[in-house]
Structure formats: C-alpha cells, structure tokens
Design a protein. Structure first.
Ligand SMILES: [Zn+2]
Length: 98
C-alpha cells in the first residue's frame, strides 16, 4: 500500500495517533528518508537503484499501512466519543502526605 506521503510532503518524525507500532515509526521514517533521492536525482543514493528503489517501496508500504491503521483508530475514537477528562482520579492518590 502506498503511503500518502510524497517527496514534497515527507512523513512526520512523530508517529500519528493510533499508528500500528509507534516505536517502529521513527525507524520506518528514517529509512524512507534515506532511500529518498536528493534534489532532482532519480537514483537512490543508498542502494544505487533507479528511484523509487525496492527498499523505499517497502518502507513506504509499511508507512502506508501504519497510517491506514491510524485513520481507522481515529475514526473509531471519534465515533465512540470517549471523554478524555481524568478528573475522576483523585489527585491525592499520587501524592500521599505522610
Ligand atoms: Zn534505495
């Protein structure tokens, strides 16, 4: 699956909400950027293949799937309308006065 990102709009360093594995995101984005040609070059500087190279396509596919999962997550969250307030947790619990 192609990601929605392009050379003009690269993926953000911070994982979007609901991404499949947020800890993997920075790795995927780093490799996506490494296998992205600089300027007008259409040859990958890392693997020397004509771009889009095989590695870039793999990373882009992973990012695409992660973003798709994030979208589903955001849609679910929006439909559930879960209150984000945590005011029901008493503040004294975390700071006992001895
Ligand atoms: Zn490459």
């Amino acid at each position: 699956m192609r990601s929605p990102y392009t050379l003009e709009q690269p993926p953000p360093s911070e994982p979007p909400d609901g991404v499949l594995s947020p800890s993997l995101w920075p790795v995927q984005v780093r490799w996506w950027r490494r296998h992205t040609p600089k300027g007008q070059a259409r040859i990958c500087a890392v693997c020397g293949q004509s771009w889009p190279c095989h590695s870039w396509a793999c990373w882009d596919g992973q990012i695409g799937e992660a973003v798709e999962a994030a979208k589903r997550h955001q849609a679910q969250t929006a439909s559930l309308r879960v209150p984000s307030s945590r005011s029901d947790i008493p503040a004294s619990v975390s700071s006992p006065r001895v």
